[in-house]
Design a protein around this ligand. Structure first.
Ligand SMILES: NC(=O)c1ccc[n+]([C@@H]2O[C@H](COP(=O)([O-])OP(=O)(O)OC[C@H]3O[C@@H](n4cnc5c(N)ncnc54)[C@H](OP(=O)(O)O)[C@@H]3O)[C@@H](O)[C@H]2O)c1
Length: 269
């Protein structure tokens, strides 16, 4: 049995498992002998990943296609979570959008709030009760380096990621006495479908792109290595440097500086 399985238990729930960082979490957790519940909307992607994981790692997989921004999300997911001991919850599903806030569709912004903030909060409340009773467990909330400052053009997204950061940091304090490890994972630019969904164009970084962007594999490896140690995890040297600089700067200046960066990255809003 792997250290991770021994420490946290037999099952993990991973949201956003149909792509990017979430799919990589699913593979790396399964590789360590932990059974997985895969949650996202695209059933075909989840089923394809489930069959790869079952074949490669010989673990049990449950596929739970669901829209996590739905109001009744906990009731929808309850059957997929029943009668298993969940020792690891990875709240990874999320999306961003770029552009002037007042020009955006408010219903899309509302579903971002529901997906990025409400769903991890409710799923944590539902699933972590069992971890607290058993005296062991792990929770990862995927936030972002964007959590450390606002930026024009990503006003609502950055606010949702700040929520995730503060939620995880507070929860870590509350759950430490019960043996439950909580991590706020704050990746910087990572090569996934995120940029396309958010209307950002990483090619605008030119040759700097390969220094600025990380792979999902390196983000997930850093996260799993750090779980149970540091609470706030910022993968990558450049990202750590940026977060350090943001913390030193007056907030108004940091917000303006990041706004300039967003102008550069935007695919043309
Ligand atoms: N990539 C980056 O540069 C970066 C940087 C910092 C933080 N992050 C954070 O990392 C997390 C994962 O993003 P990613 O980079 O892996 O992006 P991604 O490749 O676009 O994956 C997003 C995942 O979220 C799921 N999702 C989106 N809307 C959903 C909904 N309404 N209900 C259920 N699932 C939904 C998607 O699945 P379906 O479409 O199948 O539902 C997909 O599995 C996000 O929280 C993001 O904020 C990303």
């Amino acid at each position: 049995m792997s250290q991770l399985a021994e420490r946290y238990g037999p099952w993990a729930v991973i949201t956003g498992a149909s792509a990017g960082i979430g799919a990589e979490f699913a593979r790396r957790v399964a590789e360590r002998g932990i059974n997985v519940v895969l949650v996202a909307r695209r059933r075909n992607r989840l089923e394809a990943l489930a069959s790869t994981i079952e074949d490669m790692y010989r673990v049990d997989v449950r596929v739970a296609p669901a829209d996590l921004s739905a109001r009744n999300i906990v009731e929808v997911l309850r059957p997929a979570l029943a009668e298993i001991e969940i020792g690891l919850l990875i709240n990874c599903a999320g999306f961003g959008s770029s552009g002037p806030f007042l020009d955006m569709d408010p219903s899309v912004q509302e579903s971002m709030l529901n997906l990025n903030c409400r769903a991890p909060m409710l799923l944590t409340h539902e699933i972590v009760q069992g971890m607290r009773e058993r005296g062991r467990g792990g929770v990862i909330v995927v936030s972002s380096v964007n959590a450390f400052s606002s930026a024009r053009g990503m006003t609502n997204y950055n606010a949702t990621k700040s929520y995730d950061l503060l939620f995880a940091e507070g929860l870590a304090e509350e759950l430490r006495p019960y043996g439950v490890d909580v991590q706020a994972l704050c990746p910087g630019g990572t090569t996934t479908e995120f940029q396309q969904v958010a209307g950002l164009d990483p090619r605008k970084f030119g040759p700097l792109r390969r220094w600025v962007f990380s792979s999902p594999a390196s983000v997930v490896a850093t996260s799993l290595r750090a779980l149970g140690g540091r609470v706030t995890v910022v993968p990558g040297f450049l990202n750590k440097l940026m977060v350090f600089a943001i913390r030193l700067l007056p907030r108004r200046i940091a917000t303006r500086f990041l706004g300039l960066l967003m102008d550069r990255l935007s695919a043309g809003y």
